[in-house]
Design a protein around this ligand. Structure first.
Ligand SMILES: [Zn+2]
Length: 129
């Protein structure tokens, strides 16, 4: 968020967006509304834009949605899910075991739609042989 706000201020943007959502609340305090509200206060008091009245807003449009709702919305919007993942391992394919991968997998399972990133990861493995 600090990098995003710094970049936003440098380019004169009026907002930053974060993909935090409700399912992450339990184990990740930085995905709570309270943190985002506190961060907004920091932006207002700790940036030149903020003190000059050009506040950079923080938007978390997915905050109240669960993974399956987000996936359904993404499908509706045409998100290329085969090209997306947010694995905490940071590799060239999803690990399938970290919290992020597991939550995503559960979200896809709940929608009844296979996760295209898993298929893409299997294809990467196959071509690497
Ligand atoms: Zn992972």
């Amino acid at each position: 968020m600090s990098f995003a706000v710094s970049f936003a201020e440098a380019i004169g943007a009026g907002a930053v967006f974060i993909g935090a959502h409700s399912q992450d609340y339990s184990g990740y305090p930085d995905c709570r509304k309270e943190l985002l509200s506190a961060f907004s206060k920091v932006i207002k008091t700790g940036t030149k834009s903020g003190v000059q009245g050009r506040e950079i807003k923080v938007y978390a449009p997915l905050l109240s949605k669960g993974k399956s709702e987000i996936i359904k919305l993404g499908i509706k919007l045409g998100v290329p899910f085969a090209l997306t993942w947010s694995c905490y391992k940071g590799g060239s394919k999803p690990c399938g075991r970290c919290d992020s991968c597991r939550f995503r997998s559960m979200g896809f399972a709940k929608t009844g739609i296979p996760d295209p990133a898993k298929k893409a990861a299997l294809e990467i493995d196959y071509h690497a042989r």
